[in-house]
Design a protein around this ligand. Structure first.
Ligand SMILES: Nc1ncnc2c1ncn2[C@@H]1O[C@H](COP(=O)(O)OP(=O)(O)OP(=O)(O)O)[C@@H](O)[C@H]1O
Ligand SMILES: [Mg+2]
Length: 422
């Protein structure tokens, strides 16, 4: 769910630490988990797999939920598309905190108020760590003893049960459920025949749940029995696995190792920059950003309140020349020029004529791109999936034409052609 800026910063930090990264090495966590799951399931069953996979990754600090469309046939690289994803920063640490509060209460009930102890902060840190370890033991044990050994404080042995974990996590799981539904509704806007937000809001939860064929429980917290139970109850018809061929907290790492499988990976937001290039009347070249790779189209929690969902670029009046034309072109996140291929014809970009009105470029979550030029003519194409670009020098964005598109697809050298300028 990271924006282009955040991605760039992470890559810079990695580079300055001496890691040999480039823009193609940054892989989104749910995709890595999905790749590991697809490969292990195909190896186990000896069969291809198709359907919608919900990745529920609850770690220490964050809960990430993603919906992937998986199409994997034997003998072919799987195609994996992220339809929707979002995360919140409430996961294992929050549960540890709640259990630590429970342990402190037990101590208080036995006449030991942590605030009255010398080194209260140190004791609290130990209680927190003890709570975390107890929580992990309680994934397989029904009860456990908790001893807090502090050199300066003689404290009684405490106990915690699986039932107490269930109670401590209840509200958190309610919030996690809301996130799951929000991400599933988010996946609905990526359908090629896009539904209106009103329509999507009206979809009953059972119908949303039925669209999920598989659930992958990833992250250490998925070992907590009440977490697994909650997902089983939300998706009674789905095949649920907490196994991507490896331990759940390693699923993402395992997927990262299988680089061969990334050839056909698609994101729910364009990993491309859209740029408007033009020459002014003095022959000076300009490049204006139309869309920054990976920018969100809209804030996720507002998504279901708006009546139409899209990304919109509209420069202020007077910012562009009133005559002549420019080129709407596409670059990879790493800054390499990409080719556009529309229904078999290809070029460097679309002609955008200037005119009395500011032009506009609109990008919709279902892949529809609409360019309105300065004279009001519309050009429309549809990118069925936004591919992740791997490797250099051969980036192509494939799309289909929609409606009676007006603007021609041209080479960049066209910008030098005086015939087109006026
Ligand atoms: N057996 C277990 N039972 C219950 N909880 C566990 C178990 N093993 C690990 N955890 C919990 O899972 C969490 C860590 O999970 P994971 O390793 O997936 O997180 P992470 O990827 O490091 O963090 P994040 O995804 O938040 O950045 C911790 O809260 C840890 O206590
Ligand atoms: Mg994690």
């Amino acid at each position: 769910m990271w924006t282009g800026d955040q991605r760039k910063r992470l890559l810079e930090v990695a580079r300055s630490a001496g890691l040999p990264v480039d823009d193609h090495t940054l892989i989104d966590e749910p995709i890595a988990a999905g790749v590991a799951w697809v490969n292990s399931r195909m190896a186990r069953s000896g069969q291809g797999v198709r359907g919608q996979l919900l990745v529920f990754d609850m770690g220490g600090g964050t809960l990430d939920v993603a919906v992937l469309d998986v199409r994997a046939d034997l003998g072919h690289e799987p195609e994996i598309s992220v339809l929707s994803s979002w995360g919140v920063d409430e996961a294992g640490d929050a549960l540890d905190e709640a259990l630590a509060g429970e342990l402190e209460q037990q101590l208080r009930d036995m006449g030991h108020d942590v605030d009255d102890l010398p080194m209260a902060a140190g004791v609290r840190a130990m209680i927190r760590q003890a709570a975390k370890e107890a929580k992990e033991r309680l994934s397989h044990d029904l009860d456990t003893q908790v001893a807090i050994r502090h050199p300066d404080a003689e404290l009684p042995t405490l106990s915690l049960s699986q039932e107490q974990v269930d109670t401590a996590i209840r509200d958190q799981l309610t919030r996690a459920t809301h996130l799951v539904w929000a991400v599933l509704r988010g996946a609905q806007v990526t359908h090629e025949v896009a539904k209106a937000p009103d329509e999507i809001r009206a979809i009953p939860l059972e119908t949303l749940a039925e669209e999920v064929d598989f659930v992958l429980l990833a992250g250490g917290m998925s070992r907590v029995p009440s977490v697994a139970r909650m997902l089983a109850s939300l998706f009674p018809h789905a095949e649920i696995s907490s196994d991507a061929g490896v331990a759940s907290d390693e699923a993402i790492v395992a997927g990262l190792a299988e680089t061969a499988s990334y050839e056909r990976v698609n994101l729910h937001r364009p990993p491309f920059h859209f740029v408007l290039e033009y020459e002014d009347k003095d022959g000076v070249e300009h490049a204006t950003s139309v869309y920054e790779a990976h920018s969100p189209f809209y804030p996720p929690y507002q998504a279901m309140q708006r009546s139409s969902l899209y990304y919109e670029w509209r420069p202020p009046r007077g910012a562009l020349p009133a005559v002549g034309a420019g080129l709407v072109s596409v670059f990879t996140a790493g800054g390499e020029r990409a080719r556009l291929s529309i229904d078999g014809a290809d070029g460097d970009g679309f002609v955008l004529r200037f005119g009395p009105n500011p032009p506009a470029v609109l990008i919709y979550p279902n892949g529809r791109v609409l360019i309105v030029d300065g004279k009001g003519s519309r050009t429309e194409f549809l990118v069925p999936r936004w591919p992740v670009i791997r490797g250099k020098d051969h980036a192509v964005l494939y799309a289909n034409k929609r409606g009676d598109s007006r603007a021609p697809l041209v080479e960049r050298s066209w910008m030098k052609d005086p015939l087109f300028l006026h």
